[in-house]
Design a protein around this ligand. Structure first.
Ligand code: ADP
Ligand code: MG
Length: 554
């Protein structure tokens, strides 16, 4: 076991750091003590050091299982630049390249070997000829169907412990709720793994959720006071990333789209440009960001609702890794929810996906401290409200919504749970359209009992009822509204229902409208940016090559 001094010396010499971050030191010690380890640490927390540093001081090779073939090369290049003997083996290489690496391994010229799980079986023979000191499993949540990024190739990894019973395993992930954690240890056959749970609290990230109307205008306005700040906009579809990048370019921003359908060179160019501050904004699908090491991302926007909290937290976690205040903004739209529900029902593991989406939705609709919800999701409880989310900054007021809820629920009962939201509202408001009249809904007892509430307000109330679990949408049955087990408490057991005062929503809408107005105000800066864009177009080169934003500001 190396001394403290040797360890710190290696940390400085190969990685350039003077000290460890919280938990890193304990984890490294635990590795040297030959324990199995399970590390849960947020993105950017510094998980790599936990196996890279021991790798340098252990006698044999450290095997790193990583699912991200695309990133392996970057990681290995980065290590090599620091003088670490690292290599990778994956399906992107030809046989000759692989043979060369095998030779280096046999010659003991490699300390860290990155391997895609799919490639492990090919390596099996070679692995029996060398000393393996440590096995690191990065992105370990991929092994669990309870995780949010399940990869079948990962499920084979359980054999590693049987194959190398004396080699310590370190499993690392940024995203795993409790069930997932337990599952990871079970599947990897490391029941006694030491658990290291770093704090997930990223106090420097402000959290904000806004209704998703006029998103582009809202984004442009959001960027007004961040003319040079790097940021990422996550979108659900490739098409949206391109549309958005184009719209932002028209506004003079240096924005690029990034998704898996773009060719490899272009993607590398965008990524490089972003890292080097030549591209300010990347409009991306979730394909972007894994492993991107950029500490000064100042903001992250979710143009669409993410599929689950794990993904969301990981994505916003790419902002503010340098610890400086950074903003996150999530647009919440009902259309997104419906879309995501459709995805979830067509994907495998439907129930898990749906449950996770539900929690995401609850987060977005939350009328209490958002950070509390996020942290409790990862098993961390904080007592005080955070003060750095929109709900804390602007707490809502509530009304007694019991009667409203009773009216809505009893209408759903009377139409036998056969209609979607729109028709339910039509009945409540006494509409005379074809659907209502054809089905004879005008004869129902609750027909027209609530036309004092506008259509839009009804929609908001019903969504709140859905989010509180009093109703649900059967999206596999044309989005019909269905009762839940909670419904009867309201209908028959006198349960009181609180609903957020819709004046709050109106206020939100007003601010959005104000923001849209402000957008049209032309500043000198905007004009300069437009000029740059024109010049670039004329010269046929990217705008950043003309002059960068910093010089533009002067
Ligand atoms: P993770 O894998 O947990 O997302 P990384 O291992 O990629 O995080 O580290 C994130 C960033 O933190 C990197 O830029 C890394 O250089 C930096 N870092 C890690 N450990 C330290 C440390 N002890 N001191 C300073 N910076 C560190
Ligand atoms: Mg990592």
């Amino acid at each position: 076991m190396p001394t403290q001094e040797q360890i710190l010396h290696t940390l400085k010499e190969y990685f350039g750091y003077d000290s460890f971050r919280p938990l890193q030191e304990d984890i490294v010690d635990s590795v040297f003590n030959r324990n199995d380890n399970m590390v849960i640490m947020p993105t950017g927390g510094g998980k790599s050091i936990c196996y890279q540093l021991p790798a340098l001081l252990l006698p044999g090779i450290t095997l790193v299982i990583s699912p991200l073939i695309a990133l392996m090369k970057d990681q290995v290049d980065g290590l090599r630049a620091n003088g670490v003997q690292a290599a990778f083996v994956n399906s992107s290489q030809n046989e000759k390249e692989q043979q060369e690496i095998y030779q280096q391994i046999l010659d003991k010229d490699i300390k860290l070997l990155y391997v895609a799980p799919e490639s492990l079986s090919f390596l099996d023979v070679m692995l029996s000829q060398i000393e393996i000191s440590l096995i690191a499993i990065d992105e370990a949540h991929c092994i669990s169907a309870w995780g949010h990024d399940f990869r079948p190739a990962y499920t084979q990894l359980g054999y590693l412990k049987n194959r190398f019973p004396d080699t310590p395993i370190i499993a690392l992930t940024a995203t795993a709720d409790k069930a997932t954690r337990r599952d990871i240890c079970e599947q990897l056959n490391i029941p006694n793994a030491k658990q290291f749970l770093a704090s997930f609290d990223r106090k420097n990230l402000s959290l904000e959720v806004r209704p998703g109307n006029k998103r582009i205008e809202q984004i442009i306005n959001f960027l007004k006071d961040k003319p040079n700040d790097a940021g990422i906009i996550y979108c659900l579809s490739r098409k949206t990333t391109e549309m958005l990048a184009e719209k932002l370019q028209v506004q003079g921003f240096i924005a690029e789209a990034y998704h898996a359908g773009i060719n490899h060179e272009k993607r590398a160019e965008v990524q490089e440009g972003f890292i080097n501050d030549n591209v300010q904004i990347v409009c991306a699908t979730i394909a972007f960001g894994m492993g991107i090491d950029k500490s000064n991302v100042r903001w992250v926007i979710h143009y669409n609702l993410p599929k689950n909290i794990e993904g969301y937290y990981q994505e916003i976690g790419r902002a503010g890794r340098d610890g400086l205040p950074s903003s996150t903004l999530l647009f919440h739209s009902y259309a997104d929810v419906v879309q995501l529900q459709k995805f979830a029902t067509t994907s495998g593991n439907q129930e898990v996906q749906m449950a996770k989406l539900d929690r995401m939705k609850q987060y977005a609709d939350s009328l209490s401290c958002r950070r509390k919800i996020l942290l409790s999701y990862f098993g961390e409880l904080i007592e005080e409200d955070c003060g750095n989310c929109d709900v804390c900054k602007n707490p809502p007021s509530f009304i007694d919504g019991t009667i409203i809820a009773q009216k809505a629920l009893s209408t759903v009962v009377r139409i036998k749970e056969e209609e979607p939201i729109g028709t339910v509202i039509d009945v409540l408001r006494g509409a005379q359209n074809a659907v209502v009249l054809d089905k004879g809904y005008q004869n129902l007892k609750t027909y027209g009992i609530a036309n004092d509430i506008s259509w839009k307000d009804w929609q908001q109330y019903i969504i709140q009822l859905i989010n509180q679990g009093y109703l649900e949408i059967a999206f596999h049955l044309n989005n019909k509204l269905k009762l839940t087990s909670l419904s009867k408490k309201v209908l028959f057991e006198g349960e009181k229902v609180s609903l957020a005062n819709l004046a709050e929503f109106d206020k939100l809408k007003e601010t959005a409208a104000e923001q849209v107005k402000k957008v049209t105000a032309n500043t000198l800066f905007d004009k300069l940016r437009a000029l740059r864009l024109e010049l670039a177009k004329e010269a046929g080169i990217p705008a950043y090559q003309i002059f960068n934003d910093a010089s533009l500001k002067e």
